[in-house]
Write a protein that binds this ligand. Structure first.
Ligand SMILES: Cc1cc2nc3c(=O)[nH]c(=O)nc-3n(C[C@H](O)[C@H](O)[C@H](O)COP(=O)(O)O)c2cc1C
Ligand code: SF4
Length: 518
């Protein structure tokens, strides 16, 4: 059998040099006259080890990483095609602690095979969920999803089954499934990893959503910054269509479902569901007032399921193994698993899928290994640019929607950004207001005007001008934005601002005191 070498084609791995490694491996094979198959798999998500090269040996896969092009010659000299030892040797990929500690349900296949091999997908259990779904009544499918406890992974944590039920119960000649792949939050890359590494799981999830609600057409709205994901998804849709996974008879059933990929234009607010729908319709990405809910009047005024990539990609395993299987993971009302994305100033950055319930401290210190700079962790922002900053004193908070809310935080899309003790939280608070000012769609006053006034007020604080008055003003402004904004862009910007002020008051002292303290 000719040797198989796996080199990720995932854009995170490419950014870390995977293409150069592939080129060096190809050159070395040619020079040594060795015939081997190079498979461009997705990433398993341990980005601190990328580019991670794997070889299939008689005793299973052996991984090496992070591999540099200059390592390639010595890898061949060490007999890496049969798993030989080398300074980059990591052993069996599923025994690498960062990967071994995970519970992979949604990401079970991600990074293992060629993402565009439908046979590979099926060989690892793919399409079983859809096969089960087409044999069931729509209401039964919706019931399973509801009972699994799955909540939207895009940010708001709304129960997926309930959203689907509204669409199912709304009569219309046309309904849509829209997948939100705008993934604009800082530190997040789970959607991208799935689309590039296991695109068929998303297609399967969308087809199940279609069968469950009576929708026959789906769109994936992918941010323009993800050209690799767009390319993989387009190819995967074509392959799925040819294989009869999509089309007029999904898997040979009477259900029709087809889908298209659409590319966004680079606005954070287009991730907000109603703004996304406007953008999909070819309009400016401005937020719509609710009601009507998109589930009743969504895309082109028709009932629409709009779900995040991870919500939809988690459905196939629920339909394959059952609601109880999925529900048995997690804590409280946060059921199943969540792909936590660890980024920022951290030693072991990457995607870690686990049941809800790990504490923030376990994630940052044990899984992430602390800061990359080796300095003390000062703050962790959870939930993207609209998420709160958590100090070490709150590291006992379990990863759970309700527990985070109790501490004035949010899980959002489960991206976490780690900061060391050199971070200036006043600057971070200013950044939050500035981000809101730049990204605001402009529809409502608290966000459009408030964010700009927020930047100015924090600037006055930084300059030491009337600190008490300006601090009170920022707090008042945050209250107005929180309760007066139409959507969560203006409504949640107060979280990073107020958490900075509450947990790191020393950073908001008048300028001379701050300078003296430094
Ligand atoms: C400013 C803003 C940006 C958002 N960006 C995203 C995004 O990039 N991806 C996403 O899935 N949800 C995003 N959301 C949440 C969506 O509005 C919506 O709740 C979500 O797509 C619903 O899917 P889910 O129930 O599966 O989470 C954003 C919300 C706001 C207010
Ligand atoms: S809060 Fe901001 S982004 Fe949301 S509708 Fe109002 S102006 Fe637009």
């Amino acid at each position: 059998m000719i040797p198989r070498i796996y080199i990720p084609g995932d854009s995170g791995a490419l950014a870390l040099g995977a293409e150069k490694v592939a080129k060096a491996v190809r050159a070395e094979l040619a020079e040594r006259g060795i015939e081997a198959k190079i498979v461009r798999n997705g990433s398993r998500g341990a980005y601190f080890l990328e580019p991670m090269v794997e070889v299939a040996t008689a005793n299973g896969r052996v991984a090496y990483g992070p591999v540099k092009p200059s390592d390639v010659k010595s890898l061949f000299d060490s007999g890496f095609l049969t798993g030989g030892h080398h300074k980059r040797w990591l052993g069996a990929p599923d025994k690498i602690p960062f990967l071994a500690k995970q519970t992979r349900l949604t990401f079970a296949r991600c990074g293992i095979n060629d993402p565009l091999s439908l046979d590979g997908y099926k060989s690892l259990g793919g399409l079983k969920g859809l096969q089960n779904a087409v044999a069931m009544a729509p209401a039964e499918i919706v019931k399973q999803v509801t009972e699994s406890g799955l909540r939207g992974r895009g940010g708001a944590g709304f129960p997926t089954g309930i959203k689907w039920k509204t669409v199912l119960d709304t009569t219309s000649e046309r309904k849509y499934i829209v997948c939100n792949a705008d993934e604009g939050d800082s530190a997040t890359f789970a959607d991208r990893m799935i689309m590039e590494g296991d695109p068929f799981v998303l297609i399967e999830g969308m087809a199940i959503a279609g069968v469950a609600t009576g929708a026959t057409k789906g769109f994936v709205y992918i941010r323009s910054e993800y050209p690799h994901a767009v390319a993989v998804m387009n190819k995967a849709v074509e392959i799925a269509r040819k294989a009869g996974v999509l089309g007029v008879n999904v898997l040979g059933s009477p259900n029709a479902f087809d889908m298209e990929i659409r590319v966004g234009a680079g606005a954070y607010v287009c991730g907000e569901e109603t703004s996304l729908l406007n953008s999909l319709e070819g309009k400016r990405g401005v937020v719509r007032a609710k009601p009507p809910l998109p589930a009743i009047q969504g895309l082109f005024g028709k009932p629409t399921v709009i779900n995040n990539v991870i919500s939809l990609a988690s459905v196939p395993i629920i339909m394959d193994k059952g609601a109880t299987f999925y529900k048995d993971f997690g804590m409280g009302r946060s059921r199943g698993t969540i792909p936590i994305q660890i980024a920022g100033n951290v030693k072991q950055g990457g995607l870690f899928e686990t049941a809800f319930g790990l504490t923030l401290g376990e994630i940052v210190d044990d899984i992430g290994g602390g800061t990359a700079t080796g300095r003390a962790v000062k703050a962790v922002q959870v939930g993207g640019p609209l998420g709160a900053y958590f100090p070490r004193a709150l590291f006992d908070t379990p990863f759970d929607y309700e527990e985070f809310a109790k501490r004035d935080g949010l899980i959002g899309h489960a991206g976490i950004t780690v900061f060391d003790d050199t971070a200036d939280m006043l600057k971070q608070a200013r950044f939050a207001m500035e981000f809101c000012a730049i990204e605001s769609c402009g529809k409502c006053t608290p966000c459009r005007i408030g964010s700009t006034r927020g930047v100015e007020t924090i600037d006055r604080l930084a300059a030491g001008i009337e600190p008490e008055k300006n601090l009170a003003l920022v707090t008042d402004l945050c209250n107005t934005m929180k309760f007066g904004s139409l959507c969560a862009l203006g409504g949640f910007t107060p979280y990073p601002v107020m958490s900075s002020i509450t947990h790191f008051p020393e950073d908001f002292k008048p300028a001379p005191a701050r300078v003296a303290a430094e």
